[in-house]
Design a protein around this ligand. Structure first.
Ligand SMILES: Nc1nc2c(c(=O)[nH]1)N[C@H]1C(S)=C(S)[C@@H](COP(=O)(O)O)O[C@H]1N2
Ligand SMILES: [Mo]
Length: 203
């Protein structure tokens, strides 16, 4: 593989040691007792439902990654622990008659964000239950959030409760409200007015 020559801090970002909370709307209080994770949509005849224990049993991993918010703060060395999406995906893939183009992540409280399948499946992306060796707090998305570590943080949905499989890419909450569809921090893909024709076509 080619050496990664990108600077650690992407352009336009500043470093903080704090861990700000950015939530549109209210912090969600979600119990693991009656927790469910649903997968439905394109290519899937019957929806797949996991309980908390079933989801946790899929597998585990730990990873340390920097976190970059589009509002320009970055926090280095976040230690995430949880279920890698690479452990979930095979149990979905075996049921599929068609390959979805994108995934829409759904959350308690109604937040959504979309990821193209290959972006969602980037190595190290995970459903996190712990941050820096502590149970993930409610404010930061506990009991479970998805962490898409290589894109701006609005692509890391808190209180995640399901995935909708999409035939064609669709835009999630912030992507509809002026943020970029792709969200690569090293290309400063912050706002949708910066998008090229390829990205605009999916609106
Ligand atoms: N469910 C949900 N997930 C969300 C958000 C939200 O408002 N609701 N905000 C996003 C945004 S804009 C950012 S920057 C990160 C912030 O994560 P943090 O609050 O843990 O720092 O969460 C993302 N995930
Ligand atoms: Mo954000």
């Amino acid at each position: 593989m080619a050496e990664d020559t990108r600077p650690r801090l992407p352009a336009g970002q500043f470093l903080t040691e704090r861990f700000p909370v950015l939530t549109h709307g209210k912090t969600q209080i979600v119990s693991t007792d009656d927790w469910q994770f649903r997968v439905w949509g394109y290519g899937l005849e019957d929806e797949i439902v996991f309980t908390w224990d079933e989801f946790i049993a899929l597998g585990g991993m730990e990873i340390e990654k920097d976190f970059h918010c589009v509002t320009t703060w970055s926090r280095y060395d976040n230690r995430w622990k949880g279920v890698p999406i690479s452990a979930l995906w095979p149990s979905i893939e075996t049921e599929l008659s068609e390959k979805p183009k994108s995934l829409m992540f759904h959350c308690h409280g109604g937040y959504t964000t979309n990821l193209r399948l290959e972006e969602a499946l980037v190595d190290g992306n995970l459903f996190a239950t712990h941050h820096d060796d502590e149970k993930l707090s409610n404010e930061h998305g506990g009991p479970m959030r998805f962490v898409c570590h290589h894109l701006y943080a609005w692509k890391s949905p808190k209180w995640v409760c399901g995935i909708e499989l999409l035939e064609h890419d669709k835009r999630g909450f912030w992507e509809k409200h002026g943020y970029h569809n792709s969200a690569d921090p090293w290309s400063e893909e912050r706002y949708s007015y910066q998008e090229g024709e390829a990205d605009k076509a999916v609106k």
